[in-house]
Design a protein around this ligand. Structure first.
Ligand code: PRP
Length: 208
């Protein structure tokens, strides 16, 4: 009897290659033909959808993809609820607050104005500390905001720190650690429990 493959959404961008390499080390090989957004691994165990990072929760929440791989930031900002069924050792980053290296610290304001794409995490972090914040939502190139005068502070993901450095910024504080997880739609997890367990045993890494 041939089984339907498990469905999984993977994020486009820099995490994709790390996921692809990791799966390949476990003998699960897949490629995407040029411009194609759907593929299968060589054994036909997985049907893989390539989606924009921030759209990934919508696909898993709907059950179109039963599984997904993304950072904690993506799950948190979606406000949706998933099982986190694996934590990976690759792709981790920090969510950090940064400002211009050469800023006049005397001009730091009481209410922080922060440009970020991570509005929910930023708001919740500062509110939990009782610090009022004015958040300006941006979808990208957040590192430009301080030098152009849009906001003195940014909150963004920092991996190597090279993007901050290239834009004359420095980390003021780290807000949280971001890990890469495999997530599952709750109903899909229950319905496909055995097959998902087999996949998890095959890929190893840390139980969530
Ligand atoms: C992220 C983040 C920073 C950069 C940090 O962007 O938003 O811009 O990586 O990495 P670094 O510390 O190694 O320089 P990403 O490249 O993932 O794309 P994005 O602009 O779509 O967020």
């Amino acid at each position: 009897m041939t089984k339907e493959p498990l469905t999984i959404a993977l994020p486009k961008g820099r995490l994709f290659e790390q996921v692809q390499d990791f799966f390949s080390q476990k003998g699960l090989n897949f490629q995407f033909e040029k411009r194609k957004l759907v593929s299968f691994d060589d054994e036909g165990l997985l049907k893989i959808y390539l989606v924009k990072n921030s759209d990934l929760p919508a696909y898993v929440n709907s059950g179109i993809a039963g599984l997904g791989i993304c950072g904690d930031d993506v799950v948190y900002e979606s406000g949706l609820d998933f099982y986190k069924i694996r934590t990976f050792n690759f792709g981790g980053t920090r969510l950090s607050m940064a400002a211009l290296e050469n800023r006049d610290e005397k001009s730091d304001q009481k209410e922080l104005t922060i440009a970020t794409s991570y509005t929910a995490m930023t708001r919740d972090y500062f509110h939990s500390k009782g610090i009022p914040v004015n958040i300006i939502r941006l979808n990208g190139s957040v590192e430009l905001a301080p030098s152009l005068g849009l906001a003195p502070y940014i909150v963004d993901l920092v991996e190597t720190g090279s993007t901050l450095k290239a834009n004359g910024l420095e980390v003021i504080q780290d807000l949280m650690t971001i890990k890469v997880r495999m997530i599952s739609n709750r109903a899909y997890f229950k319905l496909n429990y055995d097959r998902i367990q087999n996949l998890l045993e095959r890929i190893g890494e840390n139980k969530s």
